[in-house]
Design a protein around this ligand. Structure first.
Ligand SMILES: NC(=O)c1ccc[n+]([C@@H]2O[C@H](COP(=O)([O-])OP(=O)(O)OC[C@H]3O[C@@H](n4cnc5c(N)ncnc54)[C@H](O)[C@@H]3O)[C@@H](O)[C@H]2O)c1
Length: 439
């Protein structure tokens, strides 16, 4: 088939490259000229494991091309995916201006029978908005469908090529047939397509993210209680995770969730509830609990030093919102850094991949170092925020030699408190009893 993908970010580029790998001809569009030029040169504008190979292979094969011109991309196109951003507006609702603009550009250039598919995460009812927007600028017949994306940054290629399920929201049988054929190659072992109406498909995406985020906030709140009561949340986590009704995934307590999806999608869902007069108390609480988690973690560090960090140097290990990505949108590290600086700290940060993005956004607010031990040089505390593999089992003996004060704040509970203590560190995790040096 001939496809167009509007928006060549994390989702659009993976989508375009993934479909082209199955023999479709895909044109990826972006309004960012610099991004398209880089893609034409074979450069990937962000870090995503496996994506460079996938893009380069298909670009070389002539199946994947890039343009800034939506009209050109729409020529003879059977299916067009909208994969533009849907960021938060100041009131928390999803900003649909990119979707509307993309739909209008698509509408002006579409041929008869084109299927327009929303891949972006969009509030319930956006399918109707897309249909109306396009109908205002064309007289051609067309179809609108929803196909929300569930990929995870850091494992996006795998998720896209081997999806756990494909949700298709389509009211028209021929649109559904086209999308089924498009996904057939991905789903040879079992048909994991779930077909539903457009509105249910739109809501499914928010429901999935909200459920995952709620599990995290739930654990973070219990971790705070465990802390207070002298219980160990890691034991509680295993205790509940082994119940098959609960399951072990997404129960890790930590600093709080961030990224380009959970925070904004929860705010958008909260807005859908508020504006429809349906109280979504769990969602409201999940958002609030996450803000508290990040503040609580930073406050713990400040309190440890008696309420002020003036003259203290704090090393932050891991700045991306999670491992295996360079994405720092709403990264918890950024909040923690802001709190520590407000208490007077001087901050040194290390991240194996996201350093350039942090430098571009807040480079004046911290020293960014390209080695974790160099970041810890002279530090009064080493704080783990993003559990990159290479930071999970540090050389504590080496670390002990470079720090000024041997204190560890493990924001992901990945370090071994006993090992850290043996090497002379005071260990403070999330919801687990702190361990003094040499205990
Ligand atoms: N990033 C994820 O992990 C993920 C996962 C699932 C769903 N989503 C959803 O997918 C959507 C896209 O997210 P993303 O992370 O890929 O965003 P992104 O910011 O990485 O990419 C969006 C791209 O769209 C481009 N764009 C904006 N308006 C355009 C237009 N009119 N024409 C052409 N290009 C345009 C931007 O320049 C940008 O490059 C969002 O709704 C998001 O919630 C994201």
């Amino acid at each position: 088939m001939k496809l167009a993908v509007i928006g060549s970010g994390y989702v659009g580029l993976v989508t375009g490259a993934g479909f082209s790998d199955f023999g479709n001809h895909v044109t990826c569009v972006d309004i960012d000229q610099g991004r398209i030029e880089r893609l034409r040169r074979g450069e990937i504008p962000f870090f995503e494991p496996g994506l460079p190979e996938l893009v380069q292979r298909n670009a070389k094969g002539g199946r994947l091309v890039f343009t800034t011109d939506t009209a050109e991309a729409m020529r003879d196109t059977d299916v067009v995916f909208l994969a533009v951003g849907t960021p938060s507006r100041p009131d928390g609702a999803a900003d649909l201006s990119y979707i509307v603009e993309a739909a209008r550009a698509v509408g002006r250039a579409l041929g008869p029978g084109t299927v327009v598919v929303t891949k972006s995460t969009v509030p319930v009812g956006t399918g109707d908005l897309v249909r109306e927007t396009i109908a205002q600028v064309t007289t051609q017949p067309f179809f609108v469908a929803s196909n929300p994306e569930f990929l995870k940054e850091g494992d996006a290629v795998n998720d896209f090529l081997k999806p756990a399920r494909v949700i298709i929201g389509a009211n028209d049988p021929s649109a559904l047939d086209v999308l089924r054929r498009l996904y057939a190659g991905f789903l040879r072992t079992s048909d994991r397509v779930q077909v539903m109406d457009l509105r249910s498909a739109e809501l499914t995406k928010y429901a999935a993210n909200a459920m995952l985020a709620t599990r995290i906030s739930f654990m973070n709140e219990l971790a705070a209680l465990a802390d207070k009561l002298g219980a160990d949340i890691e034991k509680v986590r295993k205790g509940i995770g082994s119940d098959p009704r609960i399951g072990a995934k997404f129960l890790f307590p930590g600093v709080g969730f961030g990224g380009s999806c959970f925070p904004k999608d929860l705010r958008a869902l909260r807005d859908m509830g508020r504006s429809n007069g349906i109280p979504l108390g769990v969602i409201e609480a999940t958002v609030d609990a996450n803000d508290r988690s990040k503040r609580r973690f930073a406050a713990r560090i400040v309190d440890h030093f008696g309420g002020s960090l003036a003259g203290k140097r704090i090393a932050i290990w891991g700045l991306a919102f999670k491992p295996e990505t360079d994405d720092i949108r709403e990264a918890p590290a950024l909040d923690v850094i802001a709190h520590l600086r407000a208490a007077g700290a001087q901050v040194a940060g290390f991240d194996p991949i996201a350093a350039d993005n942090v430098r571009a956004q807040i480079g004046d607010q911290l020293e960014i170092v390209d080695d974790p031990y160099a970041a810890a040089e002279g530090a009064d505390a080493v704080v783990l925020i993003t559990e990159w593999h290479q930071l999970r089992q540090p050389d504590f003996a080496r670390l002990r030699k470079v720090v000024r004060t041997p204190v560890l704040f493990d924001g992901r509970n990945v370090w071994d408190p006993v090992e850290a203590s043996r090497k002379g560190f005071q260990y403070i995790g999330i919801g687990r009893p702190p361990v003094s040096a040499g205990d």
